[in-house]
Write a new protein. Structure first.
Length: 90
């Protein structure tokens, strides 16, 4: 891991008086995050995976559209889904 030289003002955890600038880079940074903060990250990630992106749908169509727009033409939608499933190779 390398430092990104990006700094944030303010507190990561005001109740523990932990500033963003106090958190080291790399793996040590994860160890510095309070447990409640890590649980919030894990819970929100799990919520997104379970509700918006169901793992049981292998078609590639998650119902969120293409940059927020629905694709009306079935042929175009099928082509774009195939490109997505083939990792961008048309």
């Amino acid at each position: 891991f390398c430092p990104s030289h990006i700094t944030y003002d303010g507190y990561l955890s005001p109740s523990q008086n932990l500033k963003f600038s106090d958190v080291p880079t790399g793996v040590d940074g994860i160890r510095a995050i309070p447990t409640a903060g890590l649980l919030q990250i894990l819970f929100s990630s799990a919520l997104a995976e379970i509700t918006w992106m169901p793992a049981s749908d292998y078609s590639g169509d998650y119902g969120v559209g293409y940059f927020g727009k629905d694709i009306k033409d079935p042929a175009e939608k099928a082509r774009k889904l195939n490109v997505e499933l083939n990792n961008g190779r048309a």
